[in-house]
Design a protein around this ligand. Sequence first.
Ligand code: S6P
Ligand code: ZN
Length: 184
Amino acid sequence: MKSLSIDFASGHIFGEAVQRAEKRLFELANVFEDEEARARMDQDQIVYTVELFLAVPEGTEGGLFWGSTTIQPGRVGNEYFMTKGHFHAIRNRAEYYATTSGMGALLLMEPLGETRAEPMRPGSLHYIPADTAHRVANTGNEPLTFLACWPSDAGHDYKTIERDGFQARMVEIDAKPQLVQRKS
Ligand code: S6P
Ligand code: ZN
């Protein structure tokens, strides 16, 4: 196998086969509650970066993928910068997240919408069960980096989240991160 390494201090992964993708504000239309605030911000601003090592072709049964995500500190209105969030396309595929630096919250949403948050801090390890949508918010003042490992056939269903959103959002209230449930 070609060389592949992790710097555990920073959480970044390195190697010829590592792919890198950036998500900028213009790619996150309608993700945050305050869409007008997002539209007024610098659209080229990077919200998060993903480094990926796909050991086998996507969709292969029985393999594992490895990734590292860094979310910049920032907010859209009072809502913290966060990932788009997704269910896995094959719903019964689980995943691990492990935080290397920064402070954040892992939002976990069950199929009927029940949403909880697990605090992320350096060293925190998170098991994302099957059938659970996941999204991470950076609630701190520095970049938040976490490692991820998931099955190579899991796939991503972004459409359900684009349509329905999460039932709760991580927002800053009185200078503190709080999980606010959507009024239904
Ligand atoms: C993949 C895994 C992560 C995310 C990444 C970005 O299953 O959960 O690598 O892809 O954190 O989040 P998102 O929601 O934009 O894919
Ligand atoms: Zn995932």
